[in-house]
Design a protein. Sequence first.
Length: 126
Amino acid sequence: MKEKFIENGIEYVRNGDYYIPNLTVPDDKVYNIGKYGRMHERFIKENRPCFYSMKMLNGTWLAYLEEIDTSAKEMVDRLIKELVVKRGVTEELKAKDQFAWVSAMEQIKHTAEEFVFSDLIYATEV
């Protein structure tokens, strides 16, 4: 038995007693996928396997994850800025009571991330 062969323009590789298509992603681009992209990846693999397979087969999976990650980061940054203004967390507070400022900023970041998680990362509609 041959180790690999090409038929109809598709390369097949022997894996045990079977030949499987040697599929690769045609894109050589390096993608920067951060925390939010990896979280979304895990969610999609576990909850939307057909969507995951479709994106993998047409070669858009990594670009999709990079887009989700970028959108999530931008959304978190925007929400943090809005919440800082809304809650009145200022540099004056930072100079006056650093512990209160850190606590307020952590709360704001947590709130912003919760919105992003529910609206983007763990959204059931893709």
